[in-house]
Design a protein around this ligand. Structure first.
Ligand code: MGD
Ligand code: MGD
Ligand code: MO
Length: 764
């Protein structure tokens, strides 16, 4: 049904998945001009002899199953294996100033990068440069800096283990720990929060655990769009009658009902399966309160049972044997009143009691969560309260139970494992010393926010990016863009053109690299790389398509080129030899990280192997050898409440984008077609401002840090089913209104999902 106020806004009544997902893939393949090659490519995704899908980090059933249809995986693959190319003629035809005015969608849709480029400010164009000349130029600029700490080395989570390992080795040998990476904007609250709770910064479950769970709780993630293969798992669980309890301010269609494209009956009969058994529309930023409410209800249930002479609902033997801090947590929860919990979460006491009842009844519970939990000023606290909830009933470290942070980029977890971190631990530095004979620095380097701040302040003068689109992913686009334009050196290793590449420095290089789907041929023959998924499974990935151009190089080869030019013979590292044969890189990974023992052998087995996660078997690598109940005094982020009329903005992904990559302008499940300039609001919040559905509005960020006026103008207000006080808009369009000072102080994660704003009628 069309919305009478706004072009392109309709109500979408179908379940998620189903025929519309298949149709959408067919359209994407046609648009990328890869109908034949593309469909062949799709069949190789996540197969033992194929490549790892660059779409997300959800695991595959042993990475060996028959082809699993995934709409957004297909889009990611099609986008990379497109027949479109950018070449010297393209860059001669368009100045950088002209390209700047293209949309993010059009920049990437121009096609794969095929030649190394250097910016010429005289012609305002990116012009071809020889590889060796590019490496020499980078080396000269890096070696000119007065300190290695004046350079920032960014990693986006698509880099393979081999590329990431070489990159961190190069940067540590060069002499800095400035490793901003996409993890800093994503699951850093997990990486920082969970080690203190359970001794490991990763999830504890495997895919098989989902087959044994008696209940699944889902907080703040949208799998129908961002991890579509997870829907196979949730669909199967729902069909088994497992309760799935969702906490999300928006009613995401796939979490309501889903038609599995692999289910012949559902496809033939146009039927679907309800997914969530209960759907709690928590306020944006209300999860801390909701989690405390769940724990409060659980403690009350426990007390009631005990006084009625029946067994309590807490796992007392687990708490006694394995944990520390229970009495502290109990004290904090008891002291938190229901009024406070209800006000901050936006959920009723009855709703929370009912969810706690389901939790208490289930013997084995998995809690899954995503960006709705981590991208908050209290993100680390959020994660730790999820761990608390699980620990109260011993739901960690046994079959069918555990914590499942749903990761973002397909190898974001692996990149961290092999050393991309601004906070190196002793084991890492010892390992590097063992394998390469030098000791990297131990002091903390920059995360993404700190890197951008240093660039803006002029303290950092060089930025090297292994993939990604850092400037567009970051908060406060205006300040970030201006800062990046003041750099001395900007180097981007990328598959496709994006806005970050157009923020030119005094010296700017854009270097084209292979993607997952491309054949990677080196001196010793075709190479495979490895990746680690959300559940710590490491497996091989082999591309097979003809590379987009003869000059395109692999990421390891490009890193090795930069490293040899910059470091020369320093530490005698065999850059060229390692690139000739990636087995040698894996041997070194094994030498540095003992968990990768027999790496080259084990990774050749179909499905690969799982890295040890101590907490999965109740070994706690914490300071006290216990799993720790951790406290979190306040319930709210307390930002918005100070200003009359303020709302809290959350920034979300549409169904047609991959982070800053905009595949198209539809967000089918939310009923948005052909546009992204929309803000979802509660009808009462609109009315309270004298506004109505379809009005043009301006949105202004409320944090005054003395910087620019952060505002987006002329967006369409869409009346939507979202709790009062909360509004939602798309990332990255909304990044303009987010201050760089808004982040979780514990993890440094920007609070992209808790932005205090004012909404006013548009001033045209
Ligand atoms: N197709 C596709 N796949 C992707 C990506 C992509 O952009 N496109 N990105 C990849 C990456 S890097 C990542 S990190 C993941 C991201 O995957 P998700 O974690 O699913 O990311 P988002 O879409 O940002 O937001 C998730 C959900 O959080 C909800 N939410 C917003 N604020 C709150 C809140 O305060 N509380 C709660 N409980 N929920 C809230 C939103 O309504 C939305 O449903 O996906 C990965 N996979
Ligand atoms: N407001 C707001 N901001 C956010 C978020 C949010 O939810 N809200 N989410 C945050 C999150 S979770 C993340 S992870 C970041 C994402 O930040 P990034 O990881 O920096 O961004 P992407 O959009 O994934 O990067 C896209 C670019 O990667 C390059 N690329 C693609 N494949 C490859 C490859 O195989 N190799 C190389 N070298 N390059 C490749 C292409 O040039 C493409 O243009 O954004 C963050 N920003
Ligand atoms: Mo992410």
């Amino acid at each position: 049904m069309k919305n009478k106020h706004t072009e392109g806004i309709e109500s979408y009544d179908h379940p998620a998945g189903g025929w519309d997902a298949l149709k959408s893939v067919a359209r994407t393949l046609a648009r990328q001009q890869i109908v034949v090659q593309g469909s062949r490519t799709l069949l190789k995704a996540n197969q033992p002899e194929g490549f790892d899908c660059p779409g997300c980090a959800w695991p595959d059933p042993k990475h060996t199953s028959s082809f699993e249809f995934c709409e957004n995986g297909a889009k990611a693959i099609a986008w990379e294996s497109t027949a479109r190319r950018t070449d010297a003629t393209f860059f001669a035809a368009h100045t950088v100033s002209e390209l700047w005015n293209w949309t993010d969608h059009d920049l990437e849709e121009a096609g794969r990068l095929t030649i190394p480029l250097k910016y010429n400010s005289g012609s305002d164009r990116l012009e071809p440069i020889e590889w060796d000349a590019a490496f020499e130029l980078i080396a000269r600029e890096l070696n000119k800096l007065t300190s290695p700490d004046q350079a920032e080395f960014y990693t986006s989570g698509r880099a393979s283990n081999e590329a990431a390992f070489l990159y961190q080795l190069f940067v540590r040998a060069y002499g800095t720990n400035n490793f901003p990476d996409c993890s800093n904007m994503c699951h850093e609250a997990t990486s920082v929060g969970l080690p203190k709770s359970i001794g490991v910064g990763k999830g504890t479950v495997t895919l098989a655990d989902f087959d044994h769970a008696d209940a699944i709780f889902s907080f703040g993630h949208n799998p129908g769009t961002n991890h579509p293969r997870m829907m196979t798992t949730l669909h199967a669980a729902a069909r088994r009658g497992v309760p799935i309890v969702v906490f999300n301010p928006l009613k995401e269609r796939a979490l309501e009902r889903f038609a599995a494209p692999q289910d012949p009956v559902e496809m033939a009969t146009l039927s679907s399966t309800p997914i969530a058994s209960a759907y709690h529309q928590v306020r944006v930023g209300g999860d801390l309160a909701a989690l405390k409410g769940l724990m409060k209800a659980l403690l009350e249930l426990d007390a009631a049972n005990l006084s009625a002479g029946v067994e309590g609902v807490l796992d007392r033997s687990f708490i006694g044997e394995h944990t520390s801090g229970f009495e502290g947590l109990r004290g904090e929860i008891v002291a938190t009143g229901w009024d406070e919990i209800v006000a901050a979460s936006g959920l009723t006491k009855e709703a929370l009691e009912s969810a706690a009842g389901i939790y208490a009844k289930a013997k084995r519970v998995i809690v899954c969560y995503g960006m709705g939990i981590t991208q908050h000023a209290r993100g680390t606290n959020n994660v730790q309260q999820i761990a608390n909830l699980l620990m109260l009933r011993g739901n960690i470290g046994r079959e069918g139970a555990g914590i499942a942070p749903i990761r973002g980029h397909s190898n974001v977890q692996g990149d961290r494992t092999v050393g991309i971190t601004e906070i190196p631990n002793m084991a890492l530095l010892d390992g590097i010393e063992r394998a390469f004979g030098f000791r990297g620095r131990a002091d903390k380097g920059h995360n993404t926010v700190e890197a951008i701040e240093a660039i803006i302040a002029g303290r950092s003068k060089a930025l090297v990016c292994l993939g990604g689109n850092l400037a567009v992913a970051m908060s406060d686009s205006q300040a970030t863009f201006e800062g990046m334009r003041t750099l001395d050196l900007a180097v981007h290793v990328a598959t496709k053109l994006n806005r970050s590449h157009l923020l030119t420095a005094r010296t700017t290089l854009l270097l084209p690299c292979l993607g997952r789907t491309d054949l990677d041929m080196q001196a010793s023959g075709p190479q495979a790389v490895t990746v680690e998924d959300s559940m710590s499974m490491v497996h091989a990935s082999r591309g097979f398509l003809n590379p987009p151009g003869k000059l395109v190089r692999s990421e390891p080869a490009i890193i090795a080129g930069i490293a040899s030019a910059t470091l020369g013979e320093r530490y005698g590292i065999e850059w060229v030899g390692m690139v000739d044969n990636y087995n040698l890189i894996r041997d070194k990974i094994e030498e540095v990280f003992p968990d990768f023992f027999e790496f080259n052998t084990r990774v050749r087995k179909p499905g690969g192997f799982r890295l040890d996660v101590a907490a999965s078997s109740r070994r706690w690598n914490t300071h006290n050898g216990k799993a720790n109940f951790l406290l979190s005094p306040d319930l709210t982020e307390n930002l918005q409440r100070s200003t009359e009329g303020a709302l809290v903005l959350t920034t979300i992904r549409s169904h047609d984008q991959y982070n800053t990559t905009i595949y198209g302008f539809d967000d089918r499940y939310r009923g948005v077609f052909g546009r992204r300039d929309v803000v979802f609001m509660n009808a009462e919040d609109l009315a309270a401002r004298g506004l109505k559905d379809g009005d043009w509005i301006d949105v202004q960020g409320l944090i005054d840090d003395g910087g620019s006026q952060r505002r987006v103008r002329s967006f369409k207000a869409v009346a939507y089913n979202i709790p009062r006080g909360s509004i939602a808009g798309y990332y990255p369009e909304m990044n303009v209104v987010i201050s760089l000072s808004q982040f979780d102080p514990q993890s440094g994660t920007p609070s992209y999902k808790g932005v205090p704003v004012m909404v006013t009628p548009a001033q045209s």
